[in-house]
Ligand binder design. Structure first.
Ligand code: GLN
Length: 235
């Protein structure tokens, strides 16, 4: 079997919140199922390979975020990978820059247009716990995370909300994140997959085509999810 190739896109620009965790979690969960994995870290002065299976984009401050968008547009590799239905997980700044446009440092910036959405600025920063009921089509439990962003995101008709918000702000206080095909974007921060192992396995299923991945012992992530949900309910 050929190795599952996972690319972490631009760790030098988009890695504000421990985003490497998503790479570690995906590769570990694949390896525990006996799947060979190759991980690549592609810096912003390198071309984005077109032939990988999963691409990860992390969060970032406004300056690095706008630079990342410019370089990704000029490079074109991520767009070509998406054209061949590669799987993408994009967090916060990485999520915003997959849309048509976003704001950084008060300026409108062009995004890659890989998701049908635009982002502008909200009245205040959204910081804190984030939880929501995931789109039933994805068959996942409650999304659990932590958010920290100034932007608000508005979905067009071809982007589906990832979740309906029950705690926090997400896109706009009503919906959180977006997905279309095999692209998922979320405001759930940093190593979002540590709190959402079901989402990690969904990405692995999409990337490998293996629908019956053997279950793993998720007692620890479940404990973390339970603890955080109990904390927000108590607040
Ligand atoms: N710069 C973007 C915003 O503030 C994204 C921030 C982030 O990735 N945390 O909305």
């Amino acid at each position: 079997m050929s190795a599952l190739r996972i690319v972490w896109v631009y760790p030098d620009l988009l890695s504000t919140y421990g985003d490497r965790g998503n790479l570690l979690i995906l590769s570990r969960r694949a390896a525990m199922r006996g799947l060979p994995v190759e991980c690549f870290e592609v810096r912003s002065d390198q071309p984005v390979p077109v032939d990988a299976d999963i691409y990860l984009l992390g969060g970032g401050e406004d300056g690095p975020q706008s630079l990342a968008a410019q370089r990704l547009i000029a490079d074109g590799g991520l767009r070509r990978a998406v054209d061949r239905r590669a799987v993408v997980l994009a967090i916060c700044a990485g999520y915003q820059l997959l849309g048509q446009s976003f704001f950084a440092k008060g300026q409108p910036c062009a995004g890659l247009g890989l998701l049908d959405l635009t982002s502008d600025r909200g009245p205040s920063r959204a910081v804190g716990e984030l939880a929501g009921t995931v789109d039933p089509e994805l068959g996942l439990p409650m999304l659990s995370g932590f958010e920290n962003h100034g932007g608000r995101t508005h979905l067009g008709p071809s982007a589906r909300p990832l979740a309906k918000v029950s705690v926090g702000i997400g896109n706009d206080g009503a919906t959180e994140g977006a997905w279309n095909g095999s692209i998922v974007g979320t405001y759930s921060h940093g190593p979002a997959l540590s709190r959402n192992p079901g989402l990690a396995d969904l990405l692995l299923r999409w990337a490998t085509g293996i629908d019956n991945l053997p279950p793993l012992d998720d007692a620890w992530p479940e404990r973390l999810r339970g603890e955080r949900l109990a904390a927000v309910r108590a607040a």
